[in-house]
Design a protein around this ligand. Structure first.
Ligand code: SF4
Ligand code: SF4
Length: 445
């Protein structure tokens, strides 16, 4: 019999339960409800379950936790909800309470693989120096043909599902880059002064996209700074319910960026998931009297790179990039930050590029932070649904502004034998300014 635990949310959060009028308009936009047809896997159903836990009417039994764990935290329900229910804050706070109550988020069937994965997610992913050591090992494995052998011999199938998924997320060739310089001035008159957020996984695995952002900002006459001492945005911990660690990371980033002084016009990131979390620092630090006002100023300057360039406004790129491209909207860009038109506008500004709309473009691809590792089956179903839509467009390239989506979609395209190239919109823009050696590099790769 399940032990009854006290799982109460703060009043500030729990009062948001009452915003839900049970209309059900969110159901049709929820990927997990659409895939399972089970109302317990819908926003309305989960709000009911969470309220039951909060009010002590429900115990955190395995089935209840399974329904909550299956939530992507994609926040499509927030966009759909006419009552303005802030679902993301409810599920994240509930996960925090469950973790604090000793019910770690992935409570169901916690195997050795689960423990390894959890350690990796929280203690390696957010720290580029640790992640780089693991990536070096992975590169060695690739270089001596170990990965290829594991696959060709079928030995890879002996690993638990979640570890297989983790192995398959690695790009077939990991490209290492020099770190970004700490400062650079543009050739022309400075239009804006910006500080870059490097990211953790993005810097280690998608270093070339960080360099593309750097070059595009310089091409747009921005003076660029990379603050020392910055760290992971805290998204992995925040979404996993580890609020204290997320708060500590938020404080470090606020210190690092504000050390540059008040003359910086914007803090910029090219990762939608990081941007959504960085913009939530005021809420994350609301009970810290020292940092709450500093967080407010930090958030006021925080911009996604697409949003920043569209507002600047963009200097028209001149190099043609003759590609048929479709655009997948990362959940934390479209639902989390309501940024929809700007990436499309940037892509449309590229000469020679044909942008075709993607059906269900704002439907989660199943990456959802670390969801693709913790819930591999649902994640793969959603990746396949996304790719079927991509196939229908006939696009040669799929642009998306989030490294998590890029890894997920690259992996799924590779495993299913699809040829579509997955790129960041800023990679394409960089090519259109003549970056990365030549436009041919992006078109022919
Ligand atoms: S966050 Fe996404 S998966 Fe979770 S309930 Fe809302 S729409 Fe469904
Ligand atoms: S979350 Fe919003 S859309 Fe969904 S049932 Fe409640 S009020 Fe309706």
């Amino acid at each position: 019999m399940q032990q009854r635990l006290e799982i109460k949310l703060d009043d500030r959060i729990s009062e948001r339960f009452f915003d839900c009028v049970h209309c059900g308009l969110c159901l049709g936009q929820c990927p997990t409800y659409s895939e399972t047809g089970d109302e317990n896997n819908s926003p309305r159903g989960r709000i009911y379950l969470m309220r039951g836990l909060h009010e002590g009417r429900l115990a955190p039994s395995d089935p209840v936790l399974r329904h909550l764990d299956l939530c992507l935290d994609c926040r499509a329900c927030e966009t759909a909800c006419p009552s303005g229910v802030r679902y993301g804050s409810l599920i994240e706070s509930m996960r925090g309470r469950l973790a604090a109550a000793g019910q770690a988020r992935q409570t169901v069937s916690r195997s050795l693989a689960d423990h390894f994965l959890e350690k990796f997610m929280y203690e390696v992913f957010p720290y580029p120096e640790k992640l780089n050591r693991w990536l070096w090992l992975a590169k060695m494995g690739q270089a001596i043909g170990l990965n290829a052998f594991l696959h060709s011999s079928g030995l890879i199938k002996l690993l638990p599902d979640k570890l297989q998924k983790m192995e398959s997320m690695l790009p077939p060739e990991i490209e290492t880059c020099d770190p970004l310089p700490l400062h650079a001035k543009p050739a022309g008159k400075v239009r804006a002064r910006v500080a870059l957020f490097r990211g953790c996984v993005s810097e280690s695995i998608f270093g070339p996209s960080n360099w593309a952002m750097w070059r595009v900002l310089l091409a747009n006459d921005c003076e660029v700074f990379v603050p020392r001492g910055q760290t992971c945005c805290g998204a992995i911990h925040h979404h996993g319910g580890r609020q204290h660690e997320a708060q500590e990371m938020a404080r470090k980033n606020i210190d690092a960026f504000t050390a540059l002084g008040p003359d910086i016009d914007a803090y910029v990131t090219n990762v939608a998931g990081c941007g959504a979390t960085l913009k939530e620092y005021e809420e994350l630090l609301h009970d810290d009297p020292l940092y709450a006002p500093r967080a407010k100023d930090f958030v006021a300057r925080m911009r996604d790179i697409n949003e920043f360039l569209a507002d600047l406004p963009l200097k028209p790129p001149t190099e043609p990039v003759p590609l048929k491209v479709t655009y997948h909207e990362a959940c934390h860009l479209c639902h989390g930050q309501q940024i929809r038109s700007q990436p499309r506008m940037l892509l449309k500004s590229i000469p020679g590029l044909e942008l075709v709309e993607l059906p269900e473009s704002d439907w989660c691809c199943g990456a959802a932070g670390t969801y693709n590792l913790t819930q591999p089956q649902m994640s793969t179903r959603l990746a396949e649904r996304k790719m079927i839509n991509v196939d229908a467009t006939g696009a040669e390239a799929l642009a998306t502004a989030n490294v998590g989506c890029m890894m997920q979609l690259m992996q799924h395209a590779r495993l299913t034998g699809r040829k579509v190239r997955v790129v960041h919109p800023i990679d394409l823009l960089d090519a259109a300014y003549g970056g990365r050696g030549s436009v041919e590099a992006i078109v022919m790769e």
